[in-house]
Each structure stands twice: as C-alpha cells, then as structure tokens.
Design a protein around this ligand. Structure first.
Ligand SMILES: Cc1cc2nc3c(=O)[nH]c(=O)nc-3n(C[C@H](O)[C@H](O)[C@H](O)COP(=O)(O)OP(=O)(O)OC[C@H]3O[C@@H](n4cnc5c(N)ncnc54)[C@H](O)[C@@H]3O)c2cc1C
Length: 479
C-alpha cells in the first residue's frame, strides 16, 4: 500500500473531518513548539471518540504505520513531533475535549484527554473546586499531553505533579485494546497500577483518551508576597523557614533572578510594580479555602522573620487582586521575555534542595569559563528543587546553530554538575526525542533496561511514538 492509500484507509475510519493532509496545515503540527525541528507526517488524524482512537490504532498496527500522539504541542523535548522518516502519523486529540463529569463530593473531574488544561481548571472552579495543575501553557496544553509529560508547574510544592492527580485513566494500547479504568478511587490496591505507566511515558505506550483527576478545595483566600533577596541569600534555608511556619498553606515558592525579571518586565504592557534585589526575588503565596485563617497576618509574620534572617531585603504583600495579578504576570512572562530577546537554550535542572546553592555557584562558574559574555535567565520552582537554567542566545546569533553548539558542549557540563549533586537533566519537561541521548548518558542502567522491557511488553512492534524516550528493545542488552 502506498502512503496515500494509508491516508485513504484512515479517512475510511474517521471520515473527511478527521483527517488533515493539506501540506500547509500539516507544518505547524509537525514542528516542535520551540521550532527546533520539523518532522514529516503523512497526515494529522483527529479522532472524535475513544472508539475512533481504538480503530485508528488497530488500523495503524495492521498497516505498520507509526503513530505520534499530540495534545497542544507545547512540550519542550520534541516528543510530540514525528521524526523525518515520513512513516509516522500524528494523532491529535484536539477534537476530544469534553468535560465528562465533575463530582464535587468525590472531589474529582472526568475529562477527555484532548480537553485544554485551562478549560478543565475552569470547570472545576465553577463547582467550587481546584484542579491543582497550573503552568504557563495552560491555555493551549491538553490533559493527555500533561499526563504524557507528567507536567509539574506552579503548585507542585503543595499538590505534587500530574502523577499525583491521576485517579483513573482510559487509554488505547498499541494493539487497539481499550483500557477503561475511569474510577474515582483514592484507594485501589488491586495489582499493578497500570494508569501510572502512562504518566510520563510521552506517548510511547499508548494513547490516553480520558482521565479522572483529583480536585482540591478551591482556595478562597490567598496571601501573595514578592520578596527581594539579599546578595548570597540562602534559598534552601529561606524555603525551610517559610515551610516550617506555613506548612500546607504554602502553594508557591518561585525563585527569579534579576535578569529574568528584566526580560519579563520588558515584555509586559504595564511595567511591574516590583523588581529584583541583588540576589533576585521570590514569589511567595499561601492559599486556603478556610474562612477562619488569617493568611495576611501569617504572611506578615513569616516575612518579618525572613527579613530578620538577613536573606530578604524587602517584601511587598499584594494588597489587591490587581497587585497579585501583576506579580504573577511578571513570573509568567519570563518565557515570552526570553523569546523576545532572541530565545534561550533551556535547561530544566532539578537537584536536591540542599544542593541548589552549590549548583548555582558551580554552574555560574562553568558558564563564565565557557564564554564570559553569555547571559543567563535563571528562575524556577525552587520549592521543588527545579531550576530553569537558561542561556540567552546572543544578539545577532543564529538561534538554532547556537542551541546545537551549547547543547553539545556547555549543557553537558551543566548536566554533569546536576548529576554529581544527585540531580537530573529533566525535572518536568520529559525526554522526548531531543533528550534521549541524555537519558542514555545519565540514566540508571537498570532503570533504562526496565523501561525497554516495559516498552517491549506494551508495544512490541514499536508503533507508538518510536524514537522518543527510549531506544527499542534489544533482547541481548537485558539478558
Ligand atoms: C510557556 C510555557 C510554559 C510551560 N511551563 C511548564 C511548566 O511550568 N511545567 C511543565 O511541566 N511544563 C511546562 N511547559 C511544557 C508543556 O506545556 C507541558 O509539557 C505540557 O504538559 C504539554 O502538554 P501538551 O498538550 O502541549 O502536550 P504535547 O506537546 O502535545 O505532547 C507532549 C508529549 O505527550 C504525548 N501525548 C500527548 N497527548 C497524548 C495522549 N493523549 N496520550 C498519550 N500521549 C500523549 C506526546 O506524544 C508527547 O510525547 C511549558 C510550555 C510552555 C510553552
């Protein structure tokens, strides 16, 4: 069968509305979000139901056509982008975006995997509940993609990663078998936790079509503060102080350096009312659904202790929703600020909290030794030990060439440093196609062997997102 016969066969399953093969419309689906790589796809398949997805997978398995599941295509590691073989087809879940049910008493929400994260948050909020997953791409990323990458984001410090929010799953295995486990149970110790296999698997084990997510009480009160840091402020110790005093009320502890603040401020329509101290700044937030807690006075006490410690120079407590929004906008505009400055080479590092300062010191020296004129944009979810350690593309330099150069040299030194401190090269962005060699270099050999066996057990014909995350099964390598 020729490639065009394949497309015709999928059209037979999905109808005309379910298959896009106009080359002009394919380009944006076949290019990764950072526009580092454009792959090749015969078509984009857009199933509208779980049954459609199962039929598409069965047909692909029969024809020997590879599939690449795609949500919002906002991920950073090329996992949603087909390779350039021309033998893979993108399956976009964008037509499957129904909120199936909100259950306020079970505190859960059941959704199609193509639902946009923001829409799921809004549906939960309309029922007085919180979906505690929030990230800069929430207006375009989709739940299936969040599950695929085990997305983290801005409230991990309190609620955990996507993995911690999954109660049930519906997914299609690479032979077309439907897993239908959309239960809302917190407790269910009945054998292997199959749903968790899909979390962080980046489309390599099957296609997620639905999920049940855990909700939390919707915070009705928040105290938000912007702390400007003294030079050499001890970040981990400051976090420990805040955690000790605020306990479960802490929802955000975001560290931002002066350079990142300047980049974000430059991209904002209205200049921010807060800025940086010599050691950067921290966006701090407490939240609660209780009407009986006085978060502002707790925040004031925590801040005065932090100022006494000498790590914090100044603190601004948001006095209105507008002030809070402006502080958050400053944090969330950093990626846009980096983009406007010409882009950055991103490093999604995670190290144990006790080693954050050591990482910053050693990595800073490595960058200076590599090339003294390089500029950094460093910020991150420090409450989770996660730093976005980004190197700005120098003005007048080709972004893609610079990215390749840095990723083949300086990046490896930074990853070596993270690894030596017990950290990882990918905290929340996954592995995809771009970081597979890093998993091979830095991953535990036993874990990689286990991943290959899992991949082989789920997908012996390597239909699902071949080339992403792990190399195919090689029997002799695991004997
Ligand atoms: C401005 C910005 C800010 C961001 N901030 C954060 C952040 O704070 N934290 C964070 O973790 N990430 C962040 N990201 C990265 C990205 O938004 C997340 O990785 C997100 O979870 C990807 O969702 P998506 O729908 O776009 O997935 P896609 O990019 O479409 O896919 C991601 C992976 O999941 C697989 N996949 C997609 N759908 C399915 C499915 N239905 N079944 C099985 N596999 C599937 C794909 O094959 C691919 O491997 C950010 C990105 C941007 C652009």
């Amino acid at each position: 069968m020729s490639p065009s016969d394949h497309v015709q066969a999928f059209r037979g399953v999905l109808g005309g509305a379910g298959v896009v093969d106009d080359p002009q419309r394919l380009a944006s689906y076949a290019t990764d979000q950072r526009q580092l790589f454009t792959g090749s796809t015969l078509a984009v398949l857009k199933p509208a139901t779980t049954k459609h997805v199962a039929e598409v997978v069965r047909l692909a398995a029969r024809l020997g056509v590879g599939l690449v599941p795609q949500g919002g295509n906002t991920s950073y590691c090329g996992g949603a982008t087909p390779d350039d073989s021309g033998r893979q087809i993108i399956v976009s879940l964008e037509r499957m975006d129904t909120i199936r049910e909100v259950d306020p008493l079970s505190m859960s929400i059941s959704v199609d995997a193509g639902a946009i994260l923001k829409n799921v948050q809004d549906a939960a909020a309309a029922a007085g509940l919180l979906l505690p997953l929030s990230l800069g791409a929430e207006g375009s990323c989709r739940i299936g993609g969040n599950i695929g990458t085990n997305a983290g984001g801005l409230s991990v410090v309190r609620y955990g990663m996507t993995r911690d929010l999954i109660l049930g799953i519906e997914a299609i295995l690479p032979d077309g078998t439907i897993i239908s486990d959309m239960r809302k149970l917190r407790k269910n110790n009945t054998g292997y936790d199959v749903k968790q296999c899909f979390v962080g698997s980046e489309g390599t084990l099957g296609i997620v079509t639905g999920a049940v997510l855990r909700l939390a009480p919707l915070p009705t009160r928040r105290a938000t503060a912007w702390l400007t840091l003294a030079k050499d402020a001890a970040l981990a110790e400051l976090l420990a102080l805040v955690r000790r005093e605020s306990g479960e009320l802490l929802t955000t502890f975001e560290f931002i350096t002066a350079q990142s603040i300047a980049l974000a401020a430059g991209a904002m329509a209205t200049p921010p009312s807060v800025g940086s101290g010599p050691g950067g700044a921290v966006l701090l937030e407490f939240a609660s659904s209780s009407r009986h807690l006085d978060l502002d006075s707790l925040m004031e006490s925590v801040i005065s202790e932090a100022v006494e410690s000498g790590w914090v120079e100044d603190a601004y407590l948001a006095q209105s929703l507008a002030q809070r929004a402006s502080m958050w906008e400053l944090r969330e505009t950093i990626p846009e600020g980096e983009k406007r400055s010409g882009g950055s080479v991103k490093h999604d590092i995670s190290v144990p909290l006790s080693s954050i300062q050591r990482f910053l010191d050693v990595a800073g020296e490595q960058v200076r030794n590599y090339r003294a004129d390089l500029e950094l944009s460093v910020y991150g979810h420090v409450g989770d030990g996660n730093l976005h350690y980004n190197i700005l593309v120098p003005h007048g330099t080709d972004r893609i060439e610079f990215t390749r150069l840095i990723e083949g040299s300086l990046s490896l030194r930074l990853y070596d440093t993270a690894a030596a401190l017990g950290g990882t090269f990918s905290a929340e962005h996954g592995v995809g196609r771009f970081k597979r060699h890093l998993l091979e270099k830095y991953g535990d050999a036993g874990c990689i062997a286990a991943m290959r066996r899992i991949k082989a057990a789920f997908d012996p014909a390597d239909i699902m997102n071949a080339g992403a995350v792990v190399r195919p099964f090689e029997p002799e390598s695991i004997r």
